[in-house]
Ligand binder design. Structure first.
Ligand code: HEC
Length: 151
């Protein structure tokens, strides 16, 4: 628990630092506080904000943070084709939320932040957080390479 909370604080600090730097001019003019939660709950906007730094905007794993990671970043566009063309929606949801049993052991390293507690910490509206997770998962599904997939 302590580890999780420490980890959550670190992640929020990292997001806050990046957004503070990005919004520095606005800060100086006193217009806006640093943004931790984009106004939009659309999947593509959330993915760009929370995921693209590691996974790349196209989900293939070319984000700018990748050289700092210890583990190989998976190609999110190949998840369906690796499972015989069926997108593993429940597993992806569990991985993204991060508080369901299969998510952690299956991904050993857990270099990826767990988003369930982060969204809960940033917004107490559970319906909006549910929509955020569903929209992110739907967006990852939309990135799937069709190739040999059975659609
Ligand atoms: C700090 C870098 C980082 C960020 C930010 C990040 N991820 Fe990840 N992600 C990883 C890494 C690394 C893995 C591989 C497993 C591990 O090491 O934890 C992974 C694994 C995954 C997987 C499993 C892929 C597979 O093939 O099994 C999914 C799905 C995923 N991430 C989705 C997301 C989504 C959606 C977001 C944004 C809400 C996100 N990730 C943000 C680093 C990140």
């Amino acid at each position: 628990m302590t580890f999780r909370l420490t980890h959550l604080r670190l992640v929020l600090l990292a997001v806050a630092t990046v957004t503070a730097i990005a919004s520095a001019p606005a800060q100086r003019s006193g217009v806006q506080p640093p943004q931790l939660l984009p106004a939009s709950v659309f999947g593509p906007d959330l993915f760009r904000f929370y995921c693209a730094s590691c996974h790349g905007i196209d989900g293939r794993g070319g984000g700018p943070v990748v050289p700092a990671l210890k583990h190989r970043i998976p190609d999110l566009t190949m998840m369906a084709s690796r499972e015989d063309g069926v997108f593993p929606k429940a597993r992806v949801t569990a991985i993204v939320v991060g508080d369901k049993a299969p998510a952690i052991p299956a991904h050993g390293s857990r270099e990826m932040p767990v988003w369930g507690p982060i969204f809960r910490a940033l917004d107490s509206d559970s319906a909006r957080n549910k929509a955020r997770i569903e929209n992110l998962v739907a967006y990852v599904e939309s990135l799937q390479v069709r190739g040999a997939a059975k659609w």
